[in-house]
Ligand binder design. Structure first.
Ligand SMILES: Cc1cc2nc3c(=O)[nH]c(=O)nc-3n(C[C@H](O)[C@H](O)[C@H](O)COP(=O)(O)OP(=O)(O)OC[C@H]3O[C@@H](n4cnc5c(N)ncnc54)[C@H](O)[C@@H]3O)c2cc1C
Length: 398
């Protein structure tokens, strides 16, 4: 793998920098700087700006509206986005169901769904987990029974991120009880406005509403919204989980967090000297940075191999484990650096309506919820224990 940037790559980086500097709306940049949650309309606004530039989907092939960039350009693009604290990509459409649709969907599905994923107009959520089916996903029980041109779906899905603000859900349903559990699953695309779908909030440890328990009662889904063949959904589900795990490795985001941590450590003082000058704390930052750099190189190596025609398999589990551990480490160090400024944590402090002076630096309030929510990163997308099992079996052959 050649990691040296060509003149063309360096010119490309300057183009991306100039574009972002000129086009990232000031109010969104300010929210990101303060660590405030970025709202759906703001994420859509930024996605539309990227779309108009032709940069909506860096990793998609050009024929489906992607950039067609090679791994180096994608890497540079992500770097610059992290540099400017641009809004995080919401993974469900662009990183998960989009690639699934252009890989396994039919022409009508590609024409119907890909354009609005690219523009950000339609938001997606993921309906995999159930109250009795998380790590053991293949035991899922949400049932889809064929009735003419429709399936009728009944069951309960849980932990659905963004289901309350999503327009569509990609859902795993049971269409057969014959044979192995994996052989009776189908993959449906379901309009969230269909009668019978009822998402109820689950409030997470950071006090926010990201998650939902979603009830499906006699939900009619046209058969034409099934991806691929009936009862072959497990194959598509696994493809998508690979993409999910790679996206959770979050190198760009961790780089942003590392940069913020260094800024905070340079500002915060302990016994007169800044924390970054304290050898013990500086050592902790350096250790985290070394781990992040090695994680980044692993990520790049796998991207390069994928570009050379060797699809990423169980290695996605390595990326997921390492990426989430680094994310947690960086949020822990940030809390340590800010000390008591992060303790009086109130959700209201993160809203635009909060006009009181900040307690400590204005970015402090956002750090505790980020730390708390990052606890979940080693669970979602398949827990890290289960990823270790996959590596043991598929990579180490145990
Ligand atoms: C914040 C968050 C967002 C999520 N978003 C979504 C979403 O949008 N859509 C969706 O479908 N799902 C979502 N999930 C669900 C997520 O995928 C599951 O939580 C995850 O797969 C684990 O399943 P579980 O919670 O049922 O835990 P369980 O499977 O019950 O596991 C409990 C514990 O046992 C361990 N364990 C289980 N089996 C094994 C084994 N074989 N070997 C070793 N250890 C094992 C696990 O590691 C875990 O520590 C989300 C979860 C969280 C926390």
């Amino acid at each position: 793998m050649d990691l040296a940037f060509s003149d063309d790559d360096l010119a490309f980086r300057e183009d991306v920098r100039t574009f972002v500097a000129e086009n990232l709306p000031e109010d969104i940049a300010e929210s990101a700087r303060r660590g405030r949650p970025i709202s759906k309309p703001d994420i859509q606004r930024w996605q539309r700006i990227l779309y108009d530039q032709g940069w909506a989907a860096p990793a998609w092939p050009a024929e489906y509206g992607g950039t067609g960039w090679d791994a180096t350009k994608r890497y540079i693009f992500d770097e610059v986005m992290a540099e400017f604290d641009t809004p995080e990509t919401i993974p469900f459409g662009l990183l998960m169901v989009g690639p699934l649709i252009y890989t396994f969907g039919n022409d009508a599905q590609k024409a119907r769904f890909l354009p609005t994923i690219l523009t950000g107009e339609e938001w997606w959520c993921q309906g995999y987990s159930e109250p009795g089916a998380g790590s053991d996903l293949a035991s899922l029980q949400t049932k889809a029974v064929r009735d003419g041109d429709n399936y009728v779906v009944n069951g309960t899905k849980t932990w659905n991120s963004s289901a309350h603000i999503a327009d569509w859900v990609f859902c795993l349903v049971r269409t057969s009880n014959e044979g192995k559990q994996q052989e009776g699953i189908s993959f449906l695309l379901i309009d969230m406005t269909t009668p019978g779908i009822d998402p109820k909030p689950i409030i997470s440890i950071d006090g926010a509403h990201h998650l939902n328990m979603t009830y499906y009662t006699d939900v009619k889904v046209p058969v034409e919204n099934r991806i691929g063949e009936e009862n072959k959904g497990w194959t598509y589900a696994k493809f998508l989980l690979g993409h999910e795990r790679i996206s959770i490795s979050e190198v760009g985001l961790s780089k942003q967090r590392l940069r913020r941590l260094k800024t905070i450590a340079a500002e915060e003082r302990s016994h007169g000297e800044s924390l970054i000058e304290d050898p013990t704390f500086a050592g902790k930052i350096a250790a985290a940075e070394v781990r992040l750099i090695s994680h980044e190189y692993l990520n790049l190596r796998l991207l390069a191999e994928e570009a050379a025609g060797r699809p990423i398999g169980a290695e996605a589990s390595l990326l997921k484990i390492r990426g989430t551990e680094i994310r947690q480490e960086l949020t822990e160090l940030t809390i340590e650096a800010l000390g008591y400024y992060t303790a009086p944590f109130e959700m209201e402090q993160l809203s635009d309506r909060w006009n009181e002076p900040a307690i400590g630096p204005d970015y402090a309030a956002a750090q505790m919820p980020q730390f708390l929510f990052s606890r979940a990163a080693t669970i979602y997308g398949g827990s890290n224990e289960v990823q270790r099992n996959i590596i043991a079996k598929m990579v180490l052959g145990l």
